[in-house]
Design a protein around this ligand. Structure first.
Ligand SMILES: *[C@@H]1O[C@H](CO)[C@@H](O)[C@H](O)[C@H]1NC(C)=O
Length: 215
């Protein structure tokens, strides 16, 4: 009987944890104290009596990002690094600018689901499910369309037009994190052995060396 109760309690606990990406709030806010020497999961709170309105404010998402890079896109993130008051609140925002035919390359957010809306232009977007299916869900989005990238899944956006495109993304973490697949796999510091990558990708080592040289 006691073990049954324990199991139910465990299930209830894990179910409630599944409801949100970041842990629930136990107070109104916990403005990040980035100078704190205390290491916790997230940032320590500064004294709430010293919180000011600027702790909850950011200006700049009207600014066009500089997309002059190899991918032809740039992300302007607004997370706990920009707004200290987002600490523990489980939400953040980003603006993405795309050059004509630019892309936000395949990447994932280890700690957040993303919901994206197109402000300008048209994007071909998609995500791939986990093993063993690895199924691609993809779609062309136009201005005003909204698309969801589930937490932890590899996804991308590609600008299909010869005009700039703009999207706004909301993410279910104050610190979503980004893992860009190509950079992590082929551009890691220390590189992963080309023996390993050649076998993983079923190509010759010189192909792996060539890709690694791009980073
Ligand atoms: C955009 O970035 C490129 C490459 O870093 C740089 O050469 C260029 O001056 C930047 N343009 C502006 C308007 O800042």
């Amino acid at each position: 009987m006691a073990s049954k109760f324990f199991l139910l309690a465990l299930l209830a606990l894990s179910a409630s944890h599944a409801l949100a990406s970041d842990p629930g709030q136990l107070q109104d806010f916990c403005v990040a104290d980035k100078t704190s020497q205390v290491f916790v999961n997230g940032f320590a709170c500064k004294d709430p009596m010293t919180a000011v309105v600027e702790d909850f404010y950011f200006s700049g998402l009207h600014m066009v990002g500089n997309t002059s890079n190899k991918q032809g896109s740039v992300v302007t993130a607004v997370n706990v690094a920009q707004i200290a008051g987002l600490n523990t609140l489980g939400v953040s925002l980003a603006r993405v600018d795309y050059a004509p035919y630019g892309q936000n390359p395949p990447h994932l957010h280890p700690r957040a689901t993303e919901i994206l809306t197109v402000l300008e232009g048209s994007l071909y977007v998609g995500f791939v499910t986990s093993n063993p299916e690895n199924k691609l869900f993809s779609k062309v989005l136009n201005k005003g369309d909204v698309f969801v990238f589930p937490q932890g899944l590899i996804h991308f956006q590609f600008n299909i037009e010869n005009n700039e495109a703009i999207a706004i993304a909301a993410l279910s973490s104050k610190n979503p994190g980004v893992i860009t697949i190509a950079n992590a796999v082929f551009g890691s510091k220390q590189t992963i052995s080309d023996d390993i990558l050649a076998k993983a990708f079923q190509v010759d080592k010189n192909i792996v060396d060539h890709i690694q040289a791009q980073f």
